[in-house]
Design a protein around this ligand. Structure first.
Ligand code: SAH
Length: 252
């Protein structure tokens, strides 16, 4: 019987991989990876390993979740050492739990290797502390993925004072998120940042307020993956931004 290692790849910069992740990538016989895993991270995969792209972009699922589960089960049953590599941390909006449940049901051995989740990795590279004694004593992570155009979020819990809200998968729903936050009492001038491609060369940070952010993000032409951070901690970005990515090469 093989074993499946559910490994977090971090937000993009390969320097943020754990030692355990690097060792496993070098030893794996098969690596099944998602689209969020950066190409720089994949360079650590042993050249002898088989690589399988499992995809999963919004609305464009390369392999369906059940197919991924079946694939992992079949590889492990063949006796393979499998790394299931996911962006960020596999237990934070990564469906890692569901994949492990499928393995557990078949009695397949597994191990979990945490990764730096987008909230902490991207915030660090954007110079936005998620808590700060002057601005936020708590921090909440939510998914902004919209179902039928409406985000089914617990808005009153998101507009609490002295709290930072981190929204994963919230780019498409940004106008609705800003609108709902204000409708539930958040100040229109509450600072907000949207960070594209955090921790890699193409990183872009756009800051604004709830009232003007949808326009700013549209003008900047940001693309997925983007992480949204809402709260007064965003004010620290101007002072603390330290990561100066080289100008990304663009193809005309
Ligand atoms: N398990 C992952 C999250 C998967 S959900 C983790 O722990 O980070 C995918 C969402 O994560 C994206 O839509 C985006 O909101 C966020 N994300 C992941 N990597 C990112 C990056 N490098 N820059 C900005 N956002 C990122």
């Amino acid at each position: 019987m093989g074993r499946v290692y559910l490994v977090g790849a971090g937000p993009g910069d390969p320097e943020l991989l754990t030692l355990r992740a690097v060792r496993l990538l070098q030893q794996a016989q098969v690596v099944v990876y998602d689209h969020l895993v950066s190409s720089a991270v994949l360079e650590f995969v042993s050249p002898k390993a088989q690589r399988i792209y499992a995809g999963k972009r919004r609305n464009e699922h390369t392999l369906r979740q059940e197919e991924i589960n079946t694939l992992l089960i079949s590889l492990a049953t063949q006796g393979k050492q499998v790394v299931r590599l996911k962006g960020g941390d596999p237990f934070i909006f990564g469906r890692g739990g569901e994949e492990l449940q499928a393995l557990a049901a078949r009695g397949i051995d597994f191990e979990v290797v945490p990764g730096v989740t987008a909230a902490s990795g991207v915030a660090s590279y954007a110079g936005i502390p998620l808590t700060h004694r002057d601005y936020a004593q708590s921090c909440i992570f939510v998914t902004g993925h919209l179902k039928n155009g409406t985000a089914d979020l617990d808005w009153p819990s998101l507009v609490r004072l002295n709290q930072t809200v981190v929204i994963y998968m919230g780019l498409g729903g940004l106008p609705e998120i800003c609108r709902q936050m204000m409708a539930h009492g958040a100040a229109p001038n509450l600072p907000i940042a949207v960070v594209q491609d955090g921790s890699i060369a193409s990183q872009k940070v756009v800051t604004g307020t709830l009232i003007d952010m949808p326009d700013r993000v549209a003008r900047a032409g940001l693309k997925s993956p983007c992480l949204t951070i809402i709260g007064n901690v965003v004010k620290l970005h101007d002072e603390l931004a330290w990561f100066k990515p080289p100008v990304a090469l663009t193809t005309v």
